[in-house]
Design a binder for this molecule. Sequence first.
Ligand code: TXA
Ligand code: MG
Length: 324
Amino acid sequence: MIKSATQETIGEAALRLRSGEIVAFPTETVYGLGADATNGQAASRIFETKARPTFNPLIVHVESTGMARKLGHMSEEAEKLCQAFWPGPLTLVLPRTNNCPATELVSAGLPTIAIRQPNHPVAQQLIERAGCPIAAPSANRSGHISPTRAVHVAQSLSDPGLLIIDGGECSAGLESTVVKTDRKAIYILRHGAVTAEELEAAMPHLTIVSSDETSSAPQSPGQLASHYAPRHPLRLNANTVEEAEALLAFGKPCPGAPYTSLNLSRDRDLREAAANLFAHLHALDASGCERIAVMPIPNTGLGRAINDRLTRAAQSSSNRVESR
Ligand code: TXA
Ligand code: MG
């Protein structure tokens, strides 16, 4: 049930959260599937509805740094990161506090908890009115393309009773960047809407360690090789289009571009490309093509997160082709 983001809808959603139900809501990155993070039964509904493996922990959304401090132990470096990037698409993985009120389920048995303060008025009001931290993964079936519009949520999670707050299109369109930090470094566990370059500029005294550069960097348990999967296979770094393929272009479309083609950004603007990525994948996947050819995207700034999602999506689709 999709309802536009009026005060009344947000009030209804807050009530549902308080009584242990789940609701879908917009953030600046992607739509989230939320539950009261302090209620184990409510959180377990998220795993059930998404068919998500329970070893994959959830991000907890807060309305302030004060709320975050009750959940996770903030080092000096973590405090600085909050000041620089919150509210916004940066998730911090912190040691759980001794009296952490969040259910263990959100941490999937780890001694840590992932926290972020979203920069979206609907998400912020929802947390405030519910009066509790909200655990929320992306509101899609586990392993599938993330939702950047309310209708994507309805299509991915076939639960007619689920309240989906429609806040329009997500502005960033890519999930948050997940990091851990110590005195020496920031470890990027998942590339996302905050770039490595932005982290470096904000914290010049720390080394930025990217999970794709060194295998010794701690990994985010949710970063399975195959993820974000469309139904049709993807072919990456395409400079031509083959028969029965749809094209996901970037910049000037390659020669022979088919009728079914969408452009991430004609101007080669990575921010625009990130915002369009999931919506274009959803649309091309529904277009009746047999495969989606994706033009090369530079691996800098937001391009790293975009390429991370595309590589995982391609990986899932080739797995499925092989196993058919
Ligand atoms: O932008 C976002 O982050 C969106 C919106 C809704 O906020 N949420 C999102 O959640 O993308 P999800 O569940 O799809 O991804 C959460 C990621 C996973 O890769 C998970 O493994 C990682 O965060 N994560 C959560 N808790 C963690 C922890 N304690 N340690 C390491 N990684 C953690
Ligand atoms: Mg997700």
